[in-house]
Write a protein that binds this ligand. Structure first.
Ligand code: PMT
Length: 413
């Protein structure tokens, strides 16, 4: 979208591109089931007067083919989202965890394949009720008998040294399940993420200002629109014409484009996904995904507290991009982070200004950190391993202030 348009025209263009996006992209098959699950979950928590936060987590994919073999992805494993969800649960919120399928989940993240494989925390044990003499009579085959008895009663147990931390996680997990405090909704593509976000935001409306959106997912900015999406796997080599002629889907045939053909095409009809034959390039031309934050703030969830994240790699851009996001979307808070320091340093940007947050244990590692680059000292410093233990109480406090302000406004009206 042209950045130079006056604001009223810019918003009209945005509006059109958003509605066009939903009209032209396929609705995910899981949407109805997700909406039904979310509605039931929200009704329960509305009736219990409990706050609900939607935490988005992990990265969205951009498929290159309809029957997707290849897709564009990003680095996010969902650590921020999964960790934050646990702290929200501890703060008394019910959590709708809108996450990339197979990314990290609250609680199980502590024993996932990427950090600690759960199998390394377990050992075999055997229960036996048979008393076996320690000294077997000569010639007896007691040892073999014992083995048989033991194998009939196998158990898996957690060695003592791992027990306390595992029990703590297990109890929190069981509590969340027992009280139905955590709803897991998976997405994979950018399209399924956006359709689901819109749908669930509508479902959350009855919560009013008791709803919060905490958007930690890494959302694709570019995608292949359906009109240019090929059905089948993109081929890297030439396919004989006789094979292509027999194919029902003519689109795929168009994909193998020689360099000279590519040059001959008019600008109006560019090749968007054009793999060449052996040694040729794959040219992927993507459209921008319309920005949905504005729509969320203004139309889908006008009463909710909305917090977005901003990820940058260049420290000199971070604050500017956070402020720009706040100005553009007029939501409540932007949490900025740099790829290299995101696990121990973030900056809160709102209308009052900015506030740096950093974990104590990383105080020495200021090289390249955003606070060091801007010369800012952290305003909030914290102990512990997880910066989310500081981020979430700050978000909760701001949410409470917002709810208080809104309730005063309601009384004054
Ligand atoms: O998983 P981890 O390793 O822990 O990493 C966590 C994280 C770095 C991914 C997380 O902390 C983070 O920064 N998430 C946001 C990353 C991101 O997508 O930034 P962005 O600048 O592309 O988008 C900013 C905001 O605009 C997002 O809140 C997004 O919801 C919104 N957006 C983006 C695209 C789009 N089409 N519409 C939007 O509204």
């Amino acid at each position: 979208m042209p950045e130079s348009l006056p604001p009223h025209l810019q918003s009209t263009v945005n509006e059109l591109s958003e509605s066009h996006y939903f009209e032209t992209n396929p609705c995910p098959p899981s949407l109805k089931a997700h909406a039904a699950a979310a509605s039931a979950f929200i009704s329960q928590h509305v009736s219990q007067n409990r706050r609900v936060v939607l935490v988005s987590s992990g990265g969205t994919t951009v498929p290159l083919e309809n029957q997707t073999v290849r897709f564009i992805d990003n680095f996010s494993a969902g650590t921020r989202g999964a960790t934050s969800a646990e702290y929200f649960l501890e703060a008394g919120y019910a959590v709708i965890f809108l996450h990339r399928q197979f990314s990290l989940l609250p609680y199980s993240r502590h024993y996932s394949h990427s950090t600690n494989c759960f199998l390394d925390f377990l050992e075999e044990a055997y229960t036996t009720t048979t008393t076996i003499p320690t000294i077997s009579p000569p010639g007896s085959n007691r040892a073999a008998d014992r083995e048989e008895v033991e194998k009939e009663n196998p158990r898996i147990q957690v060695p003592q040294q791992y027990l306390t931390p595992m029990l703590t996680v297990l109890r929190k997990y069981r509590r969340a399940k027992a009280h139905n405090l955590l709803l897991l909704l998976p997405f994979t593509t950018i399209t399924s993420y956006l359709f689901t976000l819109r749908e669930i935001a509508m479902c959350m409306r009855p919560l009013g200002d008791m709803a919060m959106f905490y958007l930690a997912a890494a959302v694709s900015d570019f995608f292949v629109p359906p009109s240019r999406m090929v059905e089948h796997k993109i081929q890297s080599g030439e396919i004989p014409q006789s094979v292509l002629d027999g194919r029902k889907d003519g689109k795929a045939a168009k994909l193998v484009v020689k360099d000279e053909e590519r040059e001959q095409r008019s600008e109006k009809e560019p090749v968007k996904v054009a793999p060449g034959g052996a040694g040729q390039k794959l040219v992927v031309d993507l459209d921008p995904v319309p920005k949905f934050l504005k729509k969320l703030v203004e139309a889908w969830a006008p009463d909710a507290m909305i917090i977005s994240f901003k990820l940058e790699t260049d420290p000199s851009l971070l604050l500017h991009k956070c402020r720009q996001s706040l100005d553009r979307y007029s939501h409540h808070l932007v949490i900025g982070n740099l790829l290299s320091t995101r696990k121990y340093e973030v900056v809160f940007v709102d209308r009052q200004g900015e506030q740096w947050i950093r974990l104590h244990r990383y105080d020495d590692e200021t090289d390249g950190s955003s606070a060091a680059v801007t010369g800012q000292q952290p305003i909030v410093e914290g102990e512990g391993d997880e910066i989310e233990s500081i981020i979430i109480p700050q978000c909760v406090r701001r949410h409470e202030e917002l709810m208080m302000r809104k309730s005063v406004e309601r009384v004054e009206r």
